[in-house]
Design a protein around this ligand. Structure first.
Ligand SMILES: O=C(O)CCC(=O)C(=O)O
Ligand SMILES: [Fe+2]
Length: 292
């Protein structure tokens, strides 16, 4: 039996900048189009067709080419390293949302076990080994919804929502999500496509092992007072989405104790302040030095 690197710790250089980390906090997802090489995509589809077509093809982790090319993929792992810190763990389970084409869509949901928190202890990551077009039923996401509190039975009946994002993309695309983001498989109207005649979508989690700190690519000249933290889909009570994203960014930066929500026009909501002015309540580690 080949040993599988379940929960094995890994480290690599971070690839995301401050602004990219902030955007992840705002949106709750990051799409990396076509980052896995064609040869690995081809082998993955072949494996899913001929070796293991179940909903949990975890033994694919016996394959070094899969572990290196997908789970440890340089762009994906660099983004995971930026968000989960050094020595994050590789997955312990691989799921495949494999659907014949055409296929019915799902209702809006967040996956079981979701909690609403500023803490980013793990990431839910998806990989599409074949090109997925909009008529092949890609997963759709609601940006910013990882902070939106709702019970699953209350969201299942929702239909078309404004501001959703399709994850349709080229073969080898990987997307990282905050676990609690609202998402669903959209309806696939196309007939069989591609080699496998299925839409394969692998899903797995990475976990943090180290306390958070701001050790991604730090931008020296960034002014945290003039950045809009609001998630793009405007479903929040005014400012609440931006406040939640800023709290997550502070937690990731290891400065939660510096974040003080005093209410009213407190950081980060008045990002229209003149350059180099500090908003009320900006965490000292993120503030501009005093002028004059
Ligand atoms: O198949 C998809 O696009 C998403 C599947 C999913 O979200 C689920 O089954 O929980
Ligand atoms: Fe799901």
């Amino acid at each position: 039996m080949v040993s599988m690197p379940f929960n094995r710790k890994m480290d690599c250089a971070p690839t995301l900048t401050d602004k990219e980390v902030i955007n992840f906090c705002r949106n709750g997802y990051l799409i990396l189009p076509g980052v896995v090489p064609d040869e690995i995509n081809r082998r993955t589809v072949e494996y899913l067709d001929t070796v293991d077509d179940t909903y949990e093809p975890t033994p694919i982790m016996e394959q070094d080419w899969f572990v290196e090319g997908v789970l440890m993929n340089p762009q994906a792992a660099g983004a995971v390293r930026s968000l989960l810190g050094c020595d994050f763990t590789l997955p312990a389970i691989i799921s495949n949302h494999r659907g014949a084409l055409p296929c019915a869509g799902q209702g809006w949901h967040r996956d079981g076990g979701s909690v609403y928190t500023d803490k980013l202890e793990y990431l839910q990551v998806f990989y599409i080994p074949e090109t997925c077009t909009d008529d092949m039923g890609p997963t759709v996401l609601l940006p910013g919804s990882h902070f939106m509190r709702i019970k699953a039975p209350m969201m299942a009946h929702l239909g078309t929502l404004r501001g959703t994002v399709s994850t349709a993309g080229p073969a080898g695309s990987i997307f990282l999500t905050v676990y609690s983001i609202w998402h669903k498989r959209s309806a696939a109207t196309s007939g069989p496509r591609g080699r496998s005649k299925f839409r394969n979508l692998l899903k797995y989690n990475y976990w943090r092992t180290e306390p958070p700190r701001r050790d991604w690519i730090v931008e020296g000249d960034i002014d945290f007072n003039v950045i809009d933290f609001n998630p793009p889909a405007g479903y929040f009570e005014q400012f609440q989405g931006g406040l939640a994203a800023a709290r997550m960014f502070c937690w990731l930066s290891g400065i939660s104790d510096e974040y003080e929500k005093r209410g009213g026009q407190c950081w980060p909501i008045v990002h229209t302040v003149r350059k180099k002015t500090n908003q009320m309540g900006v965490p000292p580690s993120l503030a501009n030095p005093p002028t004059g």
